[in-house]
Design a protein around this ligand. Structure first.
Ligand code: NAD
Length: 428
């Protein structure tokens, strides 16, 4: 019996979505787990709790609108829940469950004392005014209040949410509690107990992990050509750091289109263009390319920092990069994973590659709780050390056991979670 034989009644078995990806990953990892912990694996294939809420808001025109919201605690064996809040029209329970499960594994891979959680609202935020977005955020926060708390569940930004969203969440929670609760969310503005270095942390972690991998496969970053999918919080920071390190960023793709310059783009200029025009396309010194040309770009390194299910069985064969780094969560389907493995392409998996964000979120939480703030240099040095140590542990486990980095990262993360279950015992 494999883990896919357990499908909860509240998901559609025919359209299982991202949760299926997670279950397949657990199936692949299970045989490599410590035999003493393996019998506990089924606990990972069920989320601990999932809250579904209705989020009614008053629109600016006086009408009422309703949005579906979720907050899932996948596993809290190692600490309070931690994971972002996503605003996107395609958010589903399956997606939030998968994202919460990847947070469980990720937090354990970098060994921060958190469990896995995630939240989301099914909304296209571009259709709402700023005032409507604020009302949505405040109502959603109140609806999931019962799960939140600095020692229970600490949200952070994800796709289409940012430090302003986190400030509204922190304020709403604080108002409901009757006290100022700094540590209840991370990714806040600096003026509200946010951490220096948090904004770039995920992109920085992606960069550090890629440098570590490049060194080990004999690739020099300063000579490397890099293609980046996603030009938001993660992709933009990663592209900028590669460019600052001397690499050529030869292609960028986001939801507005794809652009290229084989001689290397000016990342900051493209960002300014995108801010001004709302699209990458047309930026000076770049040419528009098709999606297929993006995937088959002549690049040494591919950073995927947009959404799930971007590298699939259809395009995995087109990729020419020797090294792929997953800034996004779940960007590679299990079928594509096998193709990339066969083709000898090194994949730095999401649960390791994008853990820089939660690592600095952990620093932010520690600083808020202790009301003592660190310098940006201290934060970056600690982040770099944690990313390098986690990378080394995963790389060495992969080499020793002859498995992919994804399987090795899952083995490391899952064993830490299952060990916590083993020593805590089963209640009651
Ligand atoms: P963001 O909203 O800031 O940026 C998302 C980017 O992806 C945008 O450039 C958007 O145009 C692009 N995009 C969306 N759909 C696309 C598509 N179909 N094709 C091409 N591009 C598309 O979000 P973000 O915070 O940068 O998050 C990106 C990914 O990184 C997500 O998977 C998120 O879960 C993951 N992640 C983010 C953080 C963080 O700290 N923000 C931490 C860990 C993981």
């Amino acid at each position: 019996m494999n883990n896919l034989s357990h499908i909860p009644s509240y998901l559609s078995a025919e359209h299982l979505g991202p949760w299926e990806t997670f279950l397949v990953q657990i199936d692949r990892v299970e045989p490599h787990l410590n035999p003493e912990l393996r019998p506990l694996t089924p606990i990972l294939t069920r989320p601990m709790r999932a809250l579904i809420v209705n989020v009614p808001i008053r629109l600016d025109n006086g009408e009422m609108a309703h949005f579906e919201g979720y907050r899932v605690h996948h596993n809290l064996a190692r600490g309070p829940g931690k994971g972002g809040i996503r605003y996107h029209p395609d958010v589903t329970l399956s997606e939030v469950m998968a994202l919460s499960a990847w947070m469980t594994v990720k937090n354990a891979v970098v060994n921060v004392p958190f469990g896995g959680a995630k939240g989301g609202v099914r909304v296209d935020p571009r259709q709402l005014s700023l005032a409507e977005l604020e009302r949505l955020t405040r109502r959603y926060t109140s609806e999931i209040h019962i799960l939140l708390g600095q020692d229970k569940d600490i949200p952070a930004p994800d796709i289409n949410t940012n430090e302003q969203t986190m400030a509204w969440m922190m304020d709403t929670y604080s108002m409901n509690e009757g006290r100022t609760a700094m540590g209840v969310v991370t990714g806040k503005p600096i003026s509200l107990g946010g951490s220096l270095g948090r904004k770039d942390a995920t992109g920085r972690g992606v960069f550090v992990a890629t440098v570590e991998a490049a060194r080990r496969i004999g690739m020099n970053i300063a000579d490397a050509k890099v293609a980046v999918q996603g030009f938001g919080n993660v992709g933009e920071a990663a592209a900028r750091l590669f460019s600052d390190a001397g690499a050529k960023v030869v292609a960028l793709q986001d939801s507005s289109g794809a652009i290229a310059n084989p001689a290397g783009l000016d990342v900051r200029a493209v960002k300014a263009w995108r801010q001004q025009h709302g699209t990458l396309v047309g930026a000076l010194g770049t040419e528009a390319i098709t999606t297929d040309s993006f995937w088959s770009m002549d690049a040494d390194i591919l950073i995927v920092a947009a959404m799930e299910n971007q590298i699939t069985a259809t395009n995995a064969g087109l990729i020419r990069a020797r090294l792929i780094c997953e800034g996004a969560n779940g960007p590679t389907t299990p079928e594509a994973d096998l193709i990339l493995q066969e083709r000898g392409i090194t994949v730095i998996p999401d649960v390791l590659a994008n853990a820089g964000g939660v690592t600095v979120s952990y620093f932010e939480w520690v600083q808020d709780i202790s009301a003592f703030f660190w310098t940006e240099d201290e934060i970056n040095a600690r982040l770099d050390r944690i990313m390098r140590e986690a990378f080394t542990a995963v790389w060495e486990a992969a080499k020793t056991k002859g498995i992919t980095m994804r399987t090795a990262a899952f083995v490391l993360g899952c064993e830490r979670v299952l060990l916590a279950h083993k020593v805590r015992g089963l209640y009651p």
